[in-house]
Design a protein around this ligand. Structure first.
Ligand code: KG4
Ligand code: ZN
Length: 348
């Protein structure tokens, strides 16, 4: 039995969890900064970093208390090392490293996107039947900062097939919500409004980018802006509904096509936008293979997913006294080459 204490602080949630064998959550504590960032309509990086500093020790203590375990039960310490806001990442990573150093435990640096994907291996992530995804799998990671289509090979290594060329899917939700005068974060606000749309014929465009596994959402955002500003603008609820349908349609349709082409055994949906009910439904409708989707609390940022990803990389644990760094952006091969990052092990 391997017990990992994991910490996540890449954006606006300070989180800690105790995870056994990459699957069983003994605790999963998330301190959200949403209310703080709602005041500014988005995340201010320095504000986020300072809030992580306030929250990280209480959150870790709570994770141990909820797990009803002492330090002696912990075998490894893991933390998110990127991608994310550098100032925010530094707080969680250094707290984790300090703990590992003090306890003489090995440290595992985890990729945030890989963490999102690995939430599908957590117990609560797979429903009552407790099915576990089998490889090869196709993963769609859709969050505030990323839209990545990743082939997870039988070796566990990731191969990037495509992603967004401009805004991430969650970023599109957040920007359109701001355009429509809704709150932050935008995803849940748009979904709530869309439910009030009733029957209508409003339709917004889809950027198919045929022949690629890429997406683009900036044109859609402009189309929303034009529609909302036009003289005969439909009610906002109908615009929100058409926007949500457009995003869910292109994401699900192109993922389903790629899954068929690559011959994968299942599809894994991950990231904050995977909490979106319409996207969950469209993915299940369009994909011919089983679709794994974590419950909404494991789609948005949490540390249990970091513990699940760390378990897949026990062999890459390092001494906490080793030089470590955080990474703001997605650069899998560069990060794998640095030795501290995981992204499917050694560089391709
Ligand atoms: O994964 P996450 O918690 O943080 C990042 O790693 O970015 O994702 C946050 C993003 C935000 O853009 C938020 O608007 C979006 O996920 N989101 C949603 C929903 N819940 C959160 N988007 C659509 N529908 C939702 N229900
Ligand atoms: Zn995330």
């Amino acid at each position: 039995m391997t017990t990992i204490l994991a910490i996540e602080s890449s954006c606006d949630e300070t989180a800690a969890a105790v995870v056994v064998d990459g699957r069983r959550m003994r605790s999963n504590v998330v301190a959200s900064q949403t209310e703080l960032h709602a005041l500014t309509g988005g995340v201010v990086p320095e504000v986020a970093a300072r809030q992580h500093l306030r929250a990280v020790v209480p959150v870790v203590r709570q994770a141990l208390a909820d797990a009803e375990c002492g330090w002696d039960a912990i075998d490894y310490i893991a933390a998110t090392a990127g991608p994310g806001l550098p100032g925010a990442l530094v707080v969680g990573l250094n707290a984790a490293r300090g703990i590992a150093f003090a306890r003489g435990l090995p440290f595992i640096a985890v990729d945030h996107i890989e963490g999102h994907v690995c939430a599908n291996w957590l117990d609560a992530g797979n429903g009552a039947d407790s099915a576990v995804p089998t490889l090869p799998a196709l993963a769609l990671a859709v969050s505030g900062g990323h839209t990545e289509l990743l082939l997870m090979e039988p070796s566990g290594r990731f191969r990037r097939l495509g992603g967004t060329r401009d805004d991430a899917a969650g970023e599109a939700f957040d920007k359109v919500a701001r355009l429509l005068g809704l709150g932050y974060p935008g995803g849940p606000a748009i979904s709530r409004l869309a439910r009030e749309a009733g029957p209508h014929k409003v339709r917004l465009p889809r950027a198919w980018l045929r022949g690629t596994d890429d997406w683009s959402f900036s044109g859609l955002k402009t189309a929303v802006q034009r529609m909302a500003a036009s003289d005969d603008a439909p009610p906002l609820a109908q615009i929100a509904d058409a926007f949500e349908e457009s995003v869910a349609d292109v994401l699900a349709t192109k993922t389903a096509r790629a899954a068929e082409r690559e011959g994968v055994s299942c599809v894994l949906l991950a990231g904050g936008v995977a909490a979106n009910e319409r996207l969950r439904a469209r993915m299940r409708q369009r994909c011919a293979v089983p679709v794994f989707i974590p419950p909404p609390v494991l789609c948005t940022d949490n540390a249990a997913m970091i513990g699940a990803a760390a378990f897949r990389h026990l062999d890459q644990a390092v001494s906490p006294s080793m030089a470590l760094d955080v990474h703001a952006t997605l650069a899998p091969h560069a990060r794998a080459a640095s030795g501290a990052f995981l992204w499917g092990g050694s560089p391709a």
